[in-house]
Design a protein around this ligand. Structure first.
Ligand code: ADP
Ligand code: MG
Length: 293
C-alpha cells in the first residue's frame, strides 16, 4: 500500500442473484440495485446514492474486473512497489470467487484475481526479458500464503501450519515459506495446500464459509528489489448477535469483525493522508504493514 492520497481505490461488484433467493420469490430480473445513467461508478439502493471509483453490475466478467482494477497494480509491482488488493463483503457474495482463492481449477472465464495476476506477471517478465537479453540478476517469482485466524497469523504453506507464526504481541513478522511460482501448476498446488489448511465452518449463507482472513502474496524479487502483491480474501463480516453463534464460532466472529474494523480505520487514515496509520490495532493490519518495504 502506498501512503499518498490516490493510493486507495474502491470498487463494488454486484453478486449475481442466488438461485435459492429467486425460487418462489418472483425476483428474477428484478433489480434491487440501480445504476446511475449519468455516472457509471454510482449506484442507487432504496433511493440512496453511493459513489465508488468503480461500480460493476452483476454481469461483469472476471476478466473485466481484473483489467480495470488489478492489472494496474501488477504494473506497479513490476516497477518495485508493494500493492494490495482486498475483497470485502458479506459471506457468500463471491469474495473467494473474485479473488480466485479456490482449490478447484477453473475454466478461463471464471479465473479469479490470483491466477490472472500470475499469468500477467509471467507474461510481462518474459516480454521484458526479450527486450533485454542480459537479464541479470534473474527475476524470481514466488508465493506465500498466510491466514489470520482468531487474531493469530498462520503460515498455510508450512509443515506445521496449525502453529501460529505471529500474534498481536509480536512486532515483526515475516512469512517463513515462499514457494516458487513458475507456472499455473505451481500456483494450483500452493492454493490447494493452503486452502486445505484454512479454517472454515459451514454458515447459513455459505456451506464452506472462511473463518479467517487469507493473504496470498506474490513476491517479485530481482537483486535487492523485493516487491509484493498482497491478494487478500477477507472473511465475511458478521452480525454476531444476529447469527446467534455461541462459543468458538462467536469468538471467531468477534475476531473477524475486529480485523475488518481495523482495515477500515487504516484505509480511512490512508485516504485522508494522515501520517499516523493505525496498523498495530489488529494482527491483520500488522501483517499487511510488515509486508511493506
Ligand atoms: P464468499 O467467499 O464471499 O463467501 P464465494 O466466493 O465462496 O463467497 O461464493 C459463493 C458461491 O457463489 C461460490 O460457489 C461461487 O463460485 C459463486 N459465485 C460468486 N460470485 C459469482 C459470480 N460472479 N459468478 C458466478 N458464480 C459466483
Ligand atoms: Mg470465501
Amino acid at each position: 500500500m502506498d501512503s499518498d492520497k490516490n493510493s486507495v481505490l474502491i470498487a463494488v461488484r454486484e453478486a449475481p442473484m442466488r438461485k435459492s433467493l429467486m425460487e418462489g420469490n418472483n425476483l428474477k430480473g428484478k433489480n434491487i440495485i440501480n445504476y446511475s445513467e449519468e455516472c457509471s461508478n454510482t449506484l442507487i439502493v432504496d433511493g440512496n446514492v453511493y459513489s465508488f471509483d468503480y461500480a460493476f453490475n452483476s454481469s461483469v466478467t472476471q476478466s473485466e474486473i481484473y483489467d480495470a482494477i488489478v492489472h494496474p497494480l501488477v504494473l506497479k509491482v513490476l516497477s518495485g512497489y508493494d500493492c494490495t488488493a482486498l475483497a470485502y463483503g458479506q459471506t457468500g457474495t463471491g469474495k473467494s470467487y473474485s479473488m480466485g482463492m479456490t482449490a478447484e481449477p477453473m475454466t478461463e472465464d471464471h479465473l479469479g484475481v490470483v491466477p490472472r495476476c500470475l499469468n500477467d506477471i509471467l507474461k510481462q517478465l518474459s516480454e521484458l526479458k526479450q527486450q533485454k537479453e542480459n537479464d541479470t540478476p534473474p527475476t524470481l517469482v514466488s508465493a506465500s500464503f498466510i491466514e489470520i485466524y482468531n487474531e493469530k497469523a498462520y503460515d498455510l504453506l508450512a509443515l506445521n501450519a496449525d502453529q501460529p507464526i505471529a500474534s498481536r504481541s509480536q512486532r515483526r513478522f515475516s512469512s517463513s515459506v515462499y514457494m516458487p511460482l513458475r507456472n499455473q501448476m505451481d500456483l494450483q498446488q500452493i492454493l490447494k495446500l493452503g486452502i486445505k489448511n484454512r479454517h472454515v465452518r459451514p454458515t447459513s449463507m455459505n456451506g464452506n464459509s472462511s473463518r479467517s482472513h487469507a493473504i496470498v502474496t506474490i513476491h517479485v524479487i530481482k537483486g535487492n528489489s523485493h516487491a509484493r502483491l498482497n491478494i487478500v480474501d477477507l472473511a465475511g463480516s458478521e452480525g454476531v448477535r444476529r447469527t446467534g453463534n455461541e462459543g468458538l464460532a462467536r469468538a471467531e466472529g468477534v475476531c473477524i469483525n475486529k480485523g475488518l474494523l481495523c482495515i477500515n480505520k487504516v484505509l480511512l487514515s490512508m485516504s485522508a493522508g494522515y501520517s499516523m496509520i493505525p496498523y498495530r490495532d489488529s494482527i491483520l493490519t500488522t501483517v499487511l504493514q510488515a509486508f511493506k518495504s
